[in-house]
Write a protein that binds this ligand. Sequence first.
Ligand code: UDP
Length: 402
Amino acid sequence: KVVPFSPKHVAVLAFPFGTHAGPLLIMVQRIATEDLDVRFSFFSTKISNAKTFKLNKTGLWNIYPYNVHDGIPEGYVPRHPMEAIERFMYAMPRNFRSAIDEVVAETGNKITCLITDAFYWFGAEIASGLPFGLQGLTLSLSTLKLTFLGSGHPMKVSDLPEGVVRDIENPMATMLHKMGVTLSQATAVAINSFVDVHPIIVNVHDEERCLEWLEKREKKSVVYVSFGSVITPSPHELFALAEALEECEYSFIWSFVGNHKKQLPEGFLERIGNKGKVVAWAPQNEILQHPAIGVCVTHCGWNSILECMLGGVPMICRPFFGDQKLNTRMIENEWRIGVAIDENGGFTRENITRTLVSTMSSEKGRLMRKNALELRECAIKEIECNGSSIRDLNTLIHIVLS
Ligand code: UDP
């Protein structure tokens, strides 16, 4: 590979799980268009890079993907997603350091700026140890909405990500703790939210023709179900959800992580016929902008929340881990744009049916939609010319490129 020399070289360290890397790449693309002479090296695992760069093509030649080791021995298949995450965490920061060293050796371009996922406490160390005496810059893309804690709304200890309160020795808890301690050393913290960054994730794939199917549906008549890119609820919850969707009066699109033919009740797909669609991947952002969508059943991942807000779509929340319980609390009590499935339990046929009816067909649901539409207006204002998102983005561009 022939790599032109650039006096400025930005290393970007992505977290390769969930939907962390995609929004980070979108932000980096936005910055990289401002000065094509600045080189951006984007580090993530092989699988993450393949997916992220496939979904976000811009043809910018100053962004180079580099793979870091995922910590998984050759030929070994992790038994569950959490194991893959833990193995990766054990491999870092060594894997990042060696990949960065290799790129610097290959290109002769020393790192002049570091952009990392907020999780990576070691970003501060790498930035301060830059060999040529320049002060290192660290920018962090936070996907944890720690600012919520200061909102004055009562949070429950049980809303916090697992491992933060009990079992504080586990790798995720250790990482979050170190993140909290080092985040303030960053020159800038970029948060993927209304006030900081444009939230749209580009989705162009609609192999199952969901959008065409939605065209034939009445306004606010369809339920959209998605638990993000990682989560599949437990078998009994899947069954409860399937039964409730089959019995209710609403049409639905269900984005299903896993093997829906094996994991859903026998005969489910045949029985629902054209009333519903179960797909492996949906153009979620576009779906949530469609007038036919009445509600989104969600795990409350942050990207999904932003997309619901932008679509003015109320949410039924079933949080699983990480920041999802905190997000749910904000959705239900602060912004009032959604409702949580009963605490301490997942889906039952009864609680899904009840919440579907209350969001789709009652005054409470109408109010939630109204509140969501108001937030949508705020979001749009922030990304207009004088909006705070644009001002903040310009500050960020200035920091990285100057
Ligand atoms: N997504 C999508 N199609 C799907 C499922 C998810 O486009 O069928 C996108 C969704 O629009 C969102 C992202 O995947 O941008 C999920 O991010 P989120 O933070 O909500 O959850 P995570 O995947 O990190 O758990």
